[in-house]
Every structure is written in structure tokens, then in C-alpha cells.
Design a protein around this ligand. Structure first.
Ligand SMILES: *[C@@H]1O[C@H](CO)[C@@H](O)[C@H](O)[C@H]1NC(C)=O
Ligand SMILES: *[C@@H]1O[C@H](CO)[C@@H](O)[C@H](O)[C@H]1NC(C)=O
Ligand SMILES: [Zn+2]
Length: 306
């Protein structure tokens, strides 16, 4: 164990300094010398900025904002045949038809560009954002840019150019049939750069029904991979998507470029540095049990967090 640690430190501090290539800690090894998360600022200086993502959302420190009404989803029902690719950091699906989001306190309309996921090892903790310290097994990111832009690079130069919707997953006892297309495709893209066409799906099938999307958190942050641009309006939904243990485990069959299992592809938590996380009307706040007892004793209405 100790020998491994020394080997690791030798790699991290000497051999790898200055390499432009970034990786997750789980990919790091002496034969693959890459910048692990604490060195991502070597790949891009933005990664050392003060408004980085992901963050831990402490629900009792969130601020309720009445402008955070339900988002308006347009064309999310559109069925398409997307290309799914193992890009060596995640699985990503390009979205080329116009699915858009607006409302919910967003300043304009944003169109979907791609979606990808972050996961753990065989269904273990794997989300990027955490809620009151809880890390979920997986997190979906649907990346949108302002409709006026035609490429993500331009959108990333606008402080609010990109809107990412984040959804958590939770383990369920039965498989989620709506995920069969996506999960069956994973078998064909195990090696890095593997790609295949998905059987037809709609974005709406991948996320909870609209009536379950009224509770969410909102804050200003960054991409969670280099170049870590601080141009993202984050919306993190409270209601998780159910997947069975086997479905969650299927993601751990993918491989990094160096052949190691593509697991734990989440960035470590970043400090808020004074940023406020806002919550929509429906979002729950964790109330400590001591407070709950006091509140009940004085007859306060605690079942309606506000
Ligand atoms: C998909 O994989 C094929 C090889 O199987 C390759 O020729 C093609 O460039 C890949 N496409 C993308 C978008 O990566
Ligand atoms: C929607 O929310 C309800 C209440 O929290 C929950 O019981 C139900 O399972 C959710 N549906 C989905 C598909 O997430
Ligand atoms: Zn992501």
C-alpha cells in the first residue's frame, strides 16, 4: 500500500508535471501520465477559478427564489437517432435537433447540444454535485447553449452562454425500460473512441416527468472538465431517475484510453467562494431533527418548506 503511494507521488510530482493531457484520479497511473484533478489548472487556468463546479449543496443554506418557476421544455419529445461515443472521459450523445429550455429564471432560450454522464464504480458513489453531503450513484448532464450561438466554443465565452441541467440517479429494484436503448449501446462502445448509433430515443424519456421537475437548485458555475469555463448556469434537479443495480453497473464496463475501467469519472467538489445556491419553490430543505422537535412543539407548519 505504502509502496503504491510512493510510486503515485513520484508520478504526480515529477514525471507528470507539465503534461497537457487531463484525467480523473481513477485513470492515473505511472504508465498513463496525465494531469489528475488537482493539476487540471495545468491543462487550463480556468480550472483554478473561483466559480467552479461541482459543489456540495447545503440545502439549509440555499435561498428560495420565486422566479425559479418550472422550466419550459420544447421538443424534448422529439425522437432521434443519436451517435453515442465513449470519448475516454464519459459517454456522450450529440443532439442535433432543436430541443430547447426556457423560463425557470433563465434569461433566454437555450438549445440542447449534447448529454453525458458521470458515475462511480459498479453503482457506488459517482455524482458530481452532492446534496447535504450525499453523493448519488450517477449524474446526467444535458448541456445547452444560448439559441443565438451556433457552436459551444462561442457560447463558452459568454458568462451565461451555457445552461446545464443536472439529474441524479438512484438505485431501484426494477430496471428502467426507458434506458434500454442507452444501456444496450454501452456494450458496443467499451473501448475509448468506440461509437455507435442509439436506437431511437427522446430526451424526455431520459428524465423524470415534467411534474417531477419543479424542485431544483440554481447557481452560477463552470464546466466540470477542462477547460472549466465559468460560463454555466446550473440547474440541479432534486427528483432522481431510477435505474437498477445492473443498469448502473453497465457503465463500469467502459474503458479509459489506457484500458483501465472507466469509473469514478467525477470531479472533486469545489468551494462555493461566497456564491449563493438558490432553490425553486418546491425544493426541500433538510431540517435537523432537533429543530423539528422544537418546531412541532410550538406548532409550526414544517411540512411545507418555504
Ligand atoms: C466512429 O467509429 C469509427 C470506427 O468504428 C470511426 O471511423 C469514426 O471516425 C468514429 N466517429 C466518431 C464521431 O468518433
Ligand atoms: C415523481 O415523484 C413522485 C413523488 O415524489 C414519485 O413517487 C415518483 O416515483 C416520481 N416519478 C418518477 C418517474 O421519478
Ligand atoms: Zn458533465
Amino acid at each position: 500500500m505504502q509502496q503504491q503511494l510512493i510510486l503515485y507521488l513520484a508520478c504526480a510530482w515529477t514525471l507528470c508535471a507539465g503534461s497537457g493531457d487531463w484525467c480523473y484520479q481513477s485513470q492515473f497511473s505511472c504508465d498513463h501520465q496525465c494531469n489528475a484533478p488537482e493539476n487540471w489548472d495545468h491543462a487550463s487556468r480556468n480550472c483554478a477559478g473561483r466559480s467552479q463546479s461541482p459543489v456540495n449543496i447545503v440545502t439549509r443554506k440555499t435561498m428560495k427564489d420565486d422566479r425559479l418557476t418550472p422550466l419550459k421544455f420544447e421538443n424534448y419529445q422529439h425522437i432521434f437517432r443519436g451517435l453515442i461515443k465513449n470519448n475516454g472521459h464519459s459517454v456522450q450523445v450529440g443532439v442535433s435537433h432543436p430541443s430547447t429550455i426556457s423560463g425557470g429564471g433563465l434569461s433566454t432560450t437555450y438549445k440542447a447540444v449534447q448529454f453525458h454522464l458521470h458515475w462511480g464504480n459498479n453503482g457506488g458513489p459517482g455524482s458530481e454535485h452532492t446534496i447535504d453531503g450525499e453523493q448519488y450513484p450517477m449524474e446526467l448532464h444535458i448541456v445547452h447553449m444560448k439559441s443565438q450561438y451556433s457552436d459551444l466554443g462561442t457560447a463558452l465565452r459568454d458568462k451565461e452562454g451555457v445552461a446545464v441541467l443536472g439529474f441524479f440517479y438512484e438505485m431501484s429494484n426494477s430496471p428502467n425500460r426507458k434506458y434500454e436503448s442507452l444501456i444496450n449501446a454501452l456494450r458496443n462502445i467499451k473501448p475509448t473512441n468506440g461509437n455507435t448509433t442509439l436506437s431511437p430515443i427522446a430526451l424526455a424519456e431520459l428524465i423524470p416527468p415534467e411534474q417531477n421537475l419543479t424542485s431544483y437548485y440554481r447557481y452560477k458555475g463552470s464546466l466540470t472538465t477542462p477547460d472549466c469555463s465559468e460560463s454555466v448556469v446550473w440547474t440541479v434537479f432534486e427528483n432522481p431517475i431510477p435505474l437498477s443495480m445492473d443498469q448502473l453497473k453497465a457503465f463500469s464496463e467502459l474503458r479509459f484510453q489506457n484500458g483501465k475501467p472507466l469509473v469514478k469519472n467525477f470531479r472533486p467538489l469545489q468551494p462555493l467562494n461566497g456564491r449563493t445556491v438558490f432553490r425553486s419553490g418546491g425544493a426541500a430543505v433538510m431540517i435537523s431533527s432537533a429543530l423539528l422537535v422544537v418546531a412541532l412543539a410550538v406548532g409550526l407548519e414544517v411540512s411545507q418548506p418555504n
